[in-house]
Design a protein around this ligand. Sequence first.
Ligand SMILES: C[S@@+](CC[C@H](N)C(=O)[O-])C[C@H]1O[C@@H](n2cnc3c(N)ncnc32)[C@H](O)[C@@H]1O
Length: 402
Amino acid sequence: MRCDEIRLTGSGGANRVMEAELKRLVMRSPFDVRVPKPKREGEATLLYPFDPRIAWVAACHHRTSSRISWDLFSSEAVRLEPLFEELLPALTADDRLPTARSLRFSVDLGSAQDFEASPLQLRGVVKNALVEALASRGVTADVDADEPEVVFVARRAGTPDNRRTVVGIDIGGGARHRRGARVAAGPAPLRETMAAQLIMLSRWDARSEPLVDPMAGGGTIPIEAAGLAVGAAIRHPSQLPFHRLAAFAGLPNETPNLFPGTVPRILALDVDEQRIPAMVGNLRAAGLTGASYESSIVIGQRDVRGLTPEAVSSLLRAVKEMSPGVFCFNPPYGVRVGREDGEEKLLDLYAEMGRVMAGFTGWRAACFVANPHFVEAFGHFPTMSKPATNAELTGAFLTYQF
Ligand SMILES: C[S@@+](CC[C@H](N)C(=O)[O-])C[C@H]1O[C@@H](n2cnc3c(N)ncnc32)[C@H](O)[C@@H]1O
């Protein structure tokens, strides 16, 4: 069955934030188009009717999604032969496929546990159908897993009572937490997509509020914050398969910031002096150093336990009285960082952080924590608690109001 949808996949529970972010970006994009209400598939997938302009904005700018694809075909088939029998004629008749004379492509697999053959076999059938279908349209297609021009995706998807095998094109440039900028990750990095989600959940207004990450490690949160503030692209159209797909013909080749003129005030601190050069390197790799960022992004070595509103104000060189802002952070959990200090010291740190932040009247906080004792030790009642997973670590997003 032919389908025609943009699929945004995120981490568990990301739906609302992904929807809000896309709406905000499209509103500021060069296109006069309204984003329709998406269909939701579970907690972590949004489906929009395909519109190349919305797909373009999502693929170039959207920060909270992990993958973006264009669904072309969906079937109830769970076995190889019936799938091939449906897929081949559907693809053969599909004028949305690439039209160049030759094509290097690969097939990625999403989740396919309930397909009744091995993942390798599923991938093989989709590859064969693509090669045959493209050949019948005059395209010589070769599988090239290392340097594909177009990546197709096959997965099982849908709701529990309507599971389907879906084939589409990856239009988001692969795993989107890989922004291509981080030079040194540090021992416990937060995924970029998670950092973006965390900042969205903090409801940070970059035009008027400072953002402080008091334990910034490799700087993931400050870098994402700077990008979100100005609507910077995370993918350039030339990195995406747009020029192979007729649907995207005529769309822009450049991606200027969608919120130009916003000058955020971001403070990135960490107690560990070894984190500072890594942070500077990552900011530089992301193009966020130099004169134009001097008063916008400040890095410092500090212990969060001694932080005061006056210290934040002076570090950010605030000229007039600073308005309340947001803390965005992910503290050590005692799994990858903090274990050497013991659980008791970690809980003391959380309690101390709770006391420090209580002194920031009017501020909000958002954090991702994978320690079940954090909330109690921190000593404040969260305004929101949302289960989430960062690279196999199960935890929660929490928000606070002080
Ligand atoms: C989980 S890591 C943060 C990772 C970071 N979000 C990233 O993506 O790279 C926690 C950080 O807290 C820092 N830290 C631990 N105790 C601290 C303290 N008392 N004050 C400030 N930073 C502290 C550690 O040095 C570490 O870099």
